[in-house]
Design a protein around this ligand. Structure first.
Ligand SMILES: *[C@@H]1O[C@H](CO)[C@@H](O)[C@H](O)[C@H]1NC(C)=O
Ligand SMILES: *[C@@H]1O[C@H](CO)[C@@H](O)[C@H](O)[C@H]1NC(C)=O
Ligand SMILES: *[C@@H]1O[C@H](CO)[C@@H](O)[C@H](O)[C@H]1NC(C)=O
Length: 402
């Protein structure tokens, strides 16, 4: 794969940040007071002065720091602050700048101040497993070098942080386990990101064709009760990049389009606990990289295609709690299967005969060209009345009273 100049520069910058991180952490406790004072001197550059303003604003906005993580956030030497990582500025080999903030698992409570937008060289912002509330500052639109944002497992609220949409280098977006609500802008699927985690929020949106434009290798949209729409048949367009797709427990009522079979790099496909209906397309047997397949707890029916159970790397195939009526012997060679609560004759722990027969009497599922379950054609309208009838009187005059 070819890297553009700016991507390569960003990768080097990131590598420096990541490489610097353990060194800085290791250096902190060992640093003698004299060395610390000497280290403070290089803080004499405008980028670090600006970072000082931003980080002090963050410190003030933290209302509880039970692990005492920010106790050394004093003075101008921001590169020595716990959880703050400096690197050589990508555009000035003589200037050091704040390239990373990593306060994962800090249990910090507070809000994220607008001043964080002053950290314009920030490449990595990791704040997972804290108790930050409120929303991401609008000023995040200025973090034009931001590569990774992980604010998962906090108490963030408000709508999808659309200020992320204009960040050109963003690759990793992790917003899961927050209280974010509203639409997920389809533009997020059109950005060149590598991983998107938005599961366990209160987003309310529909999967559309734009979903298939994503070039992410990992997409997790699970546990989103407000997610609707259908798995678009254009999903095959993601074949070049998609490695893991997790849509579990998200109110999707859909067919599984046969084009899914084009995803030959997908290793994990989990659509469990939705309302998928119809049959499992035997094209899934073309998904040669598949290791984990979970379609449990849907309304799928028909036979399990033998092609699926013949997949060379399939380790775990879970199809319990559906209405499948048959599975080929080949499936018993998959290292782990779960076929409970279906309608498969001769297998243990299946649905009752009444349930299976009632299901068989339902009208068959038809899928439309968008991958959606086609609605049954509406009953013919009642015939128009044969006789002329005067229109009902809306303003009947009151009966005269004498
Ligand atoms: C600090 O910065 C000022 C202005 O940029 C400069 O004149 C001065 O020499 C610097 N001092 C040190 C110790 O780098
Ligand atoms: C935090 O750590 C500093 C330095 O170890 C110590 O002086 C301070 O008392 C601690 N504060 C709390 C609240 O534990
Ligand atoms: C198989 O997948 C199911 C569903 O994701 C999971 O609950 C189960 O633990 C897995 N089993 C094995 C043996 O990997």
């Amino acid at each position: 794969m070819k890297m553009s100049g700016s991507t390569a520069a960003a990768a080097v910058f990131l590598a420096l940040v990541v490489a610097a991180a353990p060194l800085l952490v290791a250096a902190q406790p060992a640093m003698a007071p004299v060395a610390a004072a000497a280290a403070a001197a290089p803080a004499n550059n405008s980028r670090l002065e600006t970072a000082y303003v931003a980080l002090q604003a963050l410190k003030r906005a933290i209302t509880d720091d039970p692990k005492n993580l920010t106790h050394n956030w004093c003075g101008p030497d921001v590169c020595n602050y716990f959880g703050v990582y400096c690197a050589v500025a990508p555009d000035d080999p003589c200037a050091r700048t704040v390239a990373g903030v990593d306060l994962n698992h800090g249990s910090l409570a507070g809000t994220l101040p607008e001043e964080l937008g002053l950290l314009t060289d920030l490449a990595v912002f990791h704040l997972n497993s804290n108790r930050f509330c409120g929303s991401l500052p609008n000023s995040f639109r200025n973090l034009h070098r931001l590569n990774e944002i992980d604010v998962s497992n906090n108490h963030l609220s408000g709508t999808f942080p659309s200020q992320l949409l204009c960040l050109p280098d963003l690759k990793y977006v992790d917003l899961r386990f927050n209280n974010l609500c509203g639409e997920v802008p389809s533009a997020i699927f059109e950005k060149k990101i590598d991983a998107l985690f938005i599961n366990n929020n209160n987003f309310d949106f529909k999967l559309t064709e734009s979903f298939s434009k994503s070039t992410a290798s990992v997409i997790v949209l699970a546990n989103l009760p407000g997610l609707g729409g259908c798995l678009p048949s254009s999903i095959g367009d993601m074949a070049g990049t998609l490695n893991e797709l997790v849509l579990l427990n998200s109110g999707i009522s859909s067919c599984i389009p046969p084009e899914i079979g084009k995803l030959d790099k997908l290793t994990v496909f989990d659509i469990s606990s939705n309302s998928f209906a119809g049959t499992l397309p035997d094209t899934i047997g073309h998904m040669k990289a598949l290791e984990q397949l979970n379609v449990a707890n849907n309304k799928l029916s028909g036979e399990i295609p033998e092609s699926i159970c013949s997949l060379p790397h399939l380790k775990n195939f879970t199809y319990s709690h559906n209405y499948f009526c048959g599975e080929p012997h080949r499936c018993f060679e998959v290292p782990h299967i779960d076929d409970r609560q279906n309608c498969i004759a001769g297998r243990p722990d299946q649905r009752s005969g009444e349930e299976c027969i009632a299901f068989l009497h339902r009208p068959p599922v038809h899928c439309d060209s968008n991958g959606c379950i086609a609605l049954p054609s509406p009953p013919p309208p009642p015939p128009p009345p044969m006789h002329y009838a005067p229109p009902p009187m809306h303003y009947a005059p009151p009966p005269p009273v004498y």
